[in-house]
Design a protein around this ligand. Structure first.
Ligand SMILES: [Zn+2]
Length: 130
């Protein structure tokens, strides 16, 4: 690898940044597809619920309520993930990507490959999560 490819001695190489950026873009595209799919499913549940307005006496009522909550939760997770992916992409633009937001050490490319949205190094993540 050419010396010019390196951001600095401990930073990510340009090729690694490109690879992680591609992972993030990919994940964003999947999230958007998922969000669209969930919105459709919510629409289906909504119209099904509309047809059976009386949840208590309709045997399908509780199932639909459960499905509604489940889909809403998934939609929330997907939305959160898009926010995390966008934040990671913004950090790539800024040149701060790959650095722990807490201790400022490098997160490490292996961890980033497994979790491209990671904001903390393993040591800090373990402290935060307990
Ligand atoms: Zn850290």
């Amino acid at each position: 690898m050419l010396r010019e490819d390196m951001v600095d001695d401990e930073g990510l190489a340009t090729a690694e940044l490109d690879e992680l950026a591609a992972l993030l873009q990919d994940r964003r595209a999947k999230d958007l597809g998922e969000a669209e799919h969930l919105a459709e499913s919510l629409g289906v549940v909504l119209s099904a619920r509309g047809e059976s307005a009386d949840d208590e006496h309709d045997p399908e009522g509780p199932t639909l309520s459960y499905e509604w909550s489940r889909l809403q939760a998934l939609r929330g997770e997907t939305a959160d993930d898009i926010v995390a992916v966008d934040a990671a992409l913004a950090r790539i633009e800024e040149g701060t990507y790959g650095r722990c937001m807490r201790c400022d050490r490098m997160i490490g490319v292996e961890r980033l490959r497994a979790r491209p949205t990671a904001e903390l190094c393993i040591a800090c993540a373990m402290t935060v999560d307990g």
